[in-house]
Write a protein that binds this ligand. Structure first.
Ligand SMILES: [Zn+2]
Length: 104
């Protein structure tokens, strides 16, 4: 199954080679560039050359047709993007009087 290289990209975080696929929900998802038997995704190139991906479910847990087993890159990325959901209650740590001067 030929996996063309023109669909590869580079992860901005860990610089690994990835492929962008479109999920069944129409969203972009980064996959590891090479098939991975441990992946939970089935990827295939549709008639327009778009890489599509679906999650292997209990009902459809086997690869079908030209699908190859893919690993979501988020699972293997060595530098996950920093989540921007910083806790709003988080405030700068202000040390006040961590130690007090002993009276002389
Ligand atoms: Zn990465």
């Amino acid at each position: 199954m030929p996996l063309s290289d023109h669909t590869t990209d580079q992860c901005r975080e860990c610089l690994a080679t990835i492929r962008w696929a479109i999920t069944v929900h129409g969203r972009r998802q980064a996959l590891d560039a090479e098939p991975d038997a441990k992946g939970n995704l089935a990827a295939y190139v549709d008639g327009t050359g778009t890489l599509r991906v679906r999650v292997l479910t209990a009902e459809r847990d086997r690869l079908e047709g030209a699908e190859w087993q893919a690993m979501p890159h988020a699972a293997t990325c060595t530098r996950p993007p920093v989540r921007r959901t910083a806790r709003p209650g988080r405030r700068a740590v202000v040390r006040r009087g961590a130690w007090t001067r002993w009276p002389r």
